[in-house]
Design a protein around this ligand. Sequence first.
Ligand SMILES: Cc1cc2nc3c(=O)[nH]c(=O)nc-3n(C[C@H](O)[C@H](O)[C@H](O)COP(=O)(O)O)c2cc1C
Length: 303
Amino acid sequence: MTIPSERTQELGSIIHTVELCTNCGLCADVCPGGPLQMQDNKLRIDPQRWFGCIACGHCVAICPHDAIKVTGRTLHEKDFIALPEEGTAASFIQLKNLGLKRRSIRHFRQQEIEWEKVQKILQLARSAPMGIPPSDVKVLVLHGKHKVKVFADNFFQEINRRKLFFHPLVLKLLRPLMGQATYALMQDFVAPLVKLLRQEKAQGKDYLLYNAPLAFYYYRSPYADVADPIIAATYAMLAAESLGLGSCLIGTIAPMIHRWPKFRDKWSIGKTDKEGIMLIVGYPKYQFQKAILRTFNQERVLN
Ligand SMILES: Cc1cc2nc3c(=O)[nH]c(=O)nc-3n(C[C@H](O)[C@H](O)[C@H](O)COP(=O)(O)O)c2cc1C
């Protein structure tokens, strides 16, 4: 059995070098898919067992003797690299302070973002976990104020073509088709937001992407978990913060553009591709003076 993805339909391929193996069992212990197991204190490999080899690479990463290799499902031998040096990973204090320092940034300096920084953001986001490997997340990078503006302008053209749809009377007519929750959201949030976006745009202001000099649209194939692009975008956001950049997630774009085939075609977003989230990035115009302690709706601990 193979877990399908858009990128591959094959099973991971496992090579076991018996001469190097001490049968310590670590690889079988961490194998989430099932092909590795210990029988009579010996490592047995059945590539078809349970979900088959999903090429998560855990067995390779844990083996102290290089006795296992996994390739396939887009994974190559060169993808296994040395761990970062001891003490170079971020500490809890560093991560906590990064989180405290981060604010959603909607005002940017007129400064383009260096390509090296774009690459670093992409690099960290690639290390985000995914439901099942290989990741079926896709990312569209709009690098440069001009490119972001073209995207935003195109979005506004589409909104303008559909402005009647957001009229209160039309929404009322469509109410039976939408259901109560969607209708309430459309009436009290989406329609007023569209009105505001159009009003601001008429005055030359971009209340959608805030004239950002860089934007990433993380989305996914239909095989990917709905959380995958969101997690990738969150990693990208933290990477941006660590590089002295500000960022803001933009939720308005995705639910709309995936209903607009022409727009999707224009930006080469596939017909079957599914929603994700946009992240805008730039050098912050203002410095915040305080951090904000936030709370969740609910935190329940069961012991
Ligand atoms: C899923 C999601 C969607 C968001 N969409 C937008 C958006 O469309 N426009 C916007 O200005 N901010 C957006 N934000 C930013 C939030 O408004 C912001 O996180 C919130 O006000 C808290 O501020 P902070 O991030 O500085 O703590 C979004 C945030 C998230 C997590």
